[in-house]
Design a protein. Sequence first.
Length: 149
Amino acid sequence: MRTLPDIQARELGELVTRRRQVVEMITAEKARLAPMTGAMQQDITAHIEWLQQRLHDLDKQLQTLIRQTPAWCERVDLLKSVPGVGDVLSSTLLVALPELGCLSHKQISNLVGLAPINRDSGQMRGKRTIWGGRAQVRAALYMGTLVAV
């Protein structure tokens, strides 16, 4: 059974969501920058710089909020002891996967959508594929894996 998040947990979730949205906006603006020249290129560059400053501010807010709660500090410190796990992945896991530590590794991998699911029916044997689950967590884990490698 999953409990409803308190006010601080909701605020943390909103900060993580907003951070992800700002990162997506930066990526979109960088894609728009390439074909532009002159004044529009300067305008987009200025917007990217503003978004990057906003991202920096959001990261500070996230760390401040996490450090205000001893239970979150403990979980984040434990998560960050694993190679490849940094601020972004630890805060994402804290928000989007509160069951971490309460369920088995098989249940967690199924919940995130990393467990291979069979596609068998009768005598047909299909490929095992991963799908479903929490895409936000999967994406953060993927980036953490790239960093660790």
